[in-house]
Ligand binder design. Structure first.
Ligand SMILES: CC(C)(COP(=O)(O)OP(=O)(O)OC[C@H]1O[C@@H](n2cnc3c(N)ncnc32)[C@H](O)[C@@H]1OP(=O)(O)O)[C@@H](O)C(=O)NCCC(=O)NCCS
Length: 186
């Protein structure tokens, strides 16, 4: 299902019927993503695993605790990445945790900037959430540059925040508020 459209991209919500395509995306990027994410066992790279995960995520999207958008090139309808707002909590929090990943062959064309601007606009203007946070390893300069350009503010260091590739790693904690994002759009 196409949810959002930008100049060069479609942002789609997927379900378990796309498991094969998603598995292939992870397989071809296994080495590239490795240094920025939790350790993945071999069974992660199977179609059955992603059928289960996509089905679970479909339920979470349905009950409003997740927004996951898969990024496609309009030109050839190829899956090149995703944006995930996980653990959306309403009430007095109205916030979530952002993650994103782009195919190794599609780097530095401005695709993630283009996709995130659209996704954040939907997150703040349509879902009307208040805040989003993203945590990035100090060595991950491309991601830091990307979120700073989008107006995220650095709040400090989250100590030993995530186990990346088997090792607890400090992360830089960035946040973006609804009013800041909407003001930057003007
Ligand atoms: C981070 C990532 C999403 C960037 O995607 P992208 O589409 O290449 O980013 P963009 O082209 O929109 O670039 C955004 C900015 O970062 C800069 N940038 C992107 N890749 C860069 C790199 N390898 N080195 C230095 N700067 C880089 C761009 O130059 C751009 O700034 P500019 O407009 O001032 O030139 C992508 O590299 C990725 O998927 N990395 C691995 C996964 C990851 O780190 N996820 C985040 C974990 S928290």
């Amino acid at each position: 299902m196409i949810v959002l459209e930008t100049e060069r991209l479609y942002l789609k919500m997927l379900d378990e019927s796309s498991a094969k395509e998603v598995t292939n995306y992870y397989k071809r990027n296994r080495g590239f993503f490795k240094k920025w994410e939790s350790y993945k066992r071999d069974d992660f790279f199977s179609v059955e695993y992603h059928e289960r995960l996509l089905s679970l995520e479909k339920n979470e999207i349905g009950n409003g605790t997740r927004l996951k958008l898969w990024i496609y090139l309009k030109d050839n309808d190829t899956l090149i990445g995703f944006i995930n707002f996980g653990n959306i909590i309403r009430s007095s929090f109205e916030s979530s945790f952002l993650g994103f990943k782009l195919d190794k062959e599609q780097q530095k064309h401005g695709y993630m900037t283009e996709a995130l601007k659209k996704a954040l606009n939907y997150y703040f203007s349509v879902l009307k959430l208040h805040r989003v946070e993203v945590n990035i390893m100090p060595s991950n300069l491309p991601s830091q540059k990307l979120v700073k350009k989008l107006g995220f503010i650095e709040e400090g260091i989250a100590r030993k925040y995530l186990k990346i590739n088997g090792q607890w790693e400090d992360h830089i904690h960035f946040t973006l508020l609804r009013e800041e994002f909407l003001e930057n759009l003007k």
